[in-house]
Structures are given as C-alpha cells and as structure tokens.
Design a protein around this ligand. Sequence first.
Ligand code: URA
Length: 210
Amino acid sequence: MTANVTVVDHPLVQVKLTQMRSKETASPDFRRLLKEISLLLAYEVTRDLVLTEREVETPVERAMCPVLRDLEPCFISILRAGNGILDGMMDLLPSARVGHVGLYRDPETLEAVEYYYKVPTDISDREVIVVDPMLATGHTAVFAINRLKKDGAKNIKFLCLLAAPEGLEEFRKGHPDVPVFTASIDQKLNEHGYIVPGLGDAGDRIYGTK
Ligand code: URA
C-alpha cells in the first residue's frame, strides 16, 4: 500500500510532532514547530537533488566544488495550511520558486473546486514539491497534482506532516509516480474527515482561527 512513502522518523521530527499534536500548544508555538519540522523534512525531500561541480577560488587555492546541476525546485503550497510549511522550506532553499493552489470542497458534490491557481511558468523544467500538512482523504492533493501535471509538471514530490492510510491509498491510486514524504502515518480518518490521532485542523492551529 505504501510503497512510495518515506516516513521521516528522525527523533527531532518526532519529538516536535508530539508537541504539535498536544491541544495545549498554542498557535505561536505550533507555527514555530511546523517551521522547524519543515526544515528537517525539506532536508529529506531534497536529498536526491543532482549535483555537478564548479570551480571556486578559496582563499587557499582553486577547487572544484558541488553546486546544483538543475534549476532550483519549485514549492507548491496548497492553501491555506501549506503556507505553514513554506517558511521552513524557503529558509533552506531561498531561491526556490513558489506557487499556490487554492481549493475548497463543494458542500453538495464534495468535489474539490479550484478558487486560486498561480504557479511559475517553467514548472515543467523544475522539480516540483507540493506541500500540505495533512494528507487526509487525499482528494485535494490528487486534484492539485492533476492540475500541475496538466501544466507540464513531471518531476513531482508530495510533502506532508501527517498522512492517513486512506489518503495514502487514494493518492497512490491517483499518482503512483509521485513519492510522498511525511513525518507520520496515523491510524485512520474519523467520520468528520479528521486524521486520528492527528493534531486537529492544521489551518486553524497555524493561524489561530478557532
Ligand atoms: N485537515 C486538517 O487540517 N486536519 C485533519 O485532521 C484533516 C484534514
């Protein structure tokens, strides 16, 4: 079921995640922890960026040193909670490009509907890392990636904080070619579509809207 999933089980990630799960953790700490975890997740998700070499003159001598071979990746944030992950990612890769996809769920059809879409024009030439803290039903992520593929994105990864098994299965069916990186695969979804044990509504907890 989870062939294409990497769980980043680094102790620092796991300890920070525990703090984020606690309902006692208020928004400012929640945001800080999300930023810190995002940095650590970004480190893993970019592990296979391809390097080449360039000559650099150090104070001592000329040396061939590693540099990125390709254009910097493009991060795509699924609004609004995805923005909570962007901060840490951008600290690590300040010249990465950023796009945003805004979707809501139609209350009648329960289908995802796009209300905002702005991505760099050259996403077909970049590695694309789509970020959203919660992979719950998987519908939003599958929809967003369908849209990005239509625009030419080929080399895509998906990064989240928590994934539900149901969401991973839906995602695998929709995009078996897209690897998923997460800090945890939780137990299940509840009847309201929340991840269990989860951490509640990520957007509300990031922005204090509850
Ligand atoms: N979105 C959230 O913010 N939390 C969940 O548990 C599921 C979806």
